[in-house]
Design a protein around this ligand. Sequence first.
Ligand code: MRU
Length: 422
Amino acid sequence: MRSIEWKDGDIVVIDQTVLPGRLDYLTLRLTDEVAEAIRSLRVRGAPALGIAGAMGVAQAAVRPHTSSAKTVLERAEQAGTQLAATRPTAVNLAWGIRRVLAKGHAIPPTAGALRIAQAMVDEALAIQAEDEEACTAMAKLALEFFEPKGVVLTHCNTGFLCTGGNGTALGAIRLAHDEGLGIVVVATETRPLLQGARLTAWELGHLGIPHALVVDGAAPGLIARKEVSLVIVGADRVAANGDVANKVGTYPLALAASAAGIPFVVVAPTSTVDLSVPDGRAIPVEERDASEVTSILGARAAPAGTQAINPAFDVTPASLITAIVTEKGVARPPFAPALRDLGNGSRRAAARTASVKPKPARSVRSKPARSPKAVSKKQARSVKTVSRRPPKRVKAVSKKKSPAKQKSTPRRVKAAKRARRR
Ligand code: MRU
């Protein structure tokens, strides 16, 4: 099952607010329900917001049945306006809505209400299918940034839960793991709503990818101590100059990565690139309710009446970014011409920006990290750090769900202990 599905006019989604405790599916039948699901982050993450917005508009077009082409388009427009107002930062939402509306308007009214509404449904499904393909393409292109046995730090949740496919940054991590690179993932907790702790750790556990969680405040320190070889994140909006809005807490990671001289890579489909916005200052940053900060998982964390500032995103300047991986190619500094070329979709542009080819799968597979001796110094240091505080938790995390698939982490911990004794 995908995290979002179209079922005969219903939109069925995984409720991301109750994970990892419960895996609940919600059926959204009305625009109000779709809007509520987006606003409260039951459906979240830029590409999934694009799909949800597109499906929400298509749903308003097909339901209830009418023989009036004018009514279909009016209802779809109204739904589009309502849904676009739910969350301002991820450009995919407005983009998905606009695409479905444009499709409806492109069909002559004489074709009839049914044809117009069906074309809008088809467009929403096409957006989802394209995003699945984009995830696959981005993961392949991002492989070049992973080093064998590297320690990869990621922020928020960028996996199957919030895309039409395997994910953006997390999709790349998944492919690197599947290719036998022997990576270990450090996932940030991602306060205030814990997308990293609740969702990324859940996805990584199911995939059998060795991982450990850190509180957001610890991540820059790990990077500074060179215990991380790559920082890889998604994006909610990429401005024309390459500035990137992503989950709050991304910017300090980029600063730390730049200071430590390690790559900071953004993985985002071209539907997240907004060439109409010149730079990060023009990206609207969603401010969410203070209660998300003053409480954790519904329990009060600060004295009653405490004020809080709660920007849901921050903007990382292009100058701190190593590369932006899209499905059409890898953009590198200077980002403005590279992104413009990708936006124009020219093959030449893709060839120019994707200048370094991903490592061929075979050479990657030829050196699987099977032996504890194969654990790199960097990885051993990082696991050692995690295992010191407290060792049991690493085991508990790695044992979760697919024990067969996660055999390698205890070996890594042993290797780290051996490394410490030396
Ligand atoms: O507030 P959220 O959970 O919707 O924020 C999501 C993020 O910031 C993700 O990193 C981003 O959308 C990339 S998703 C593939």
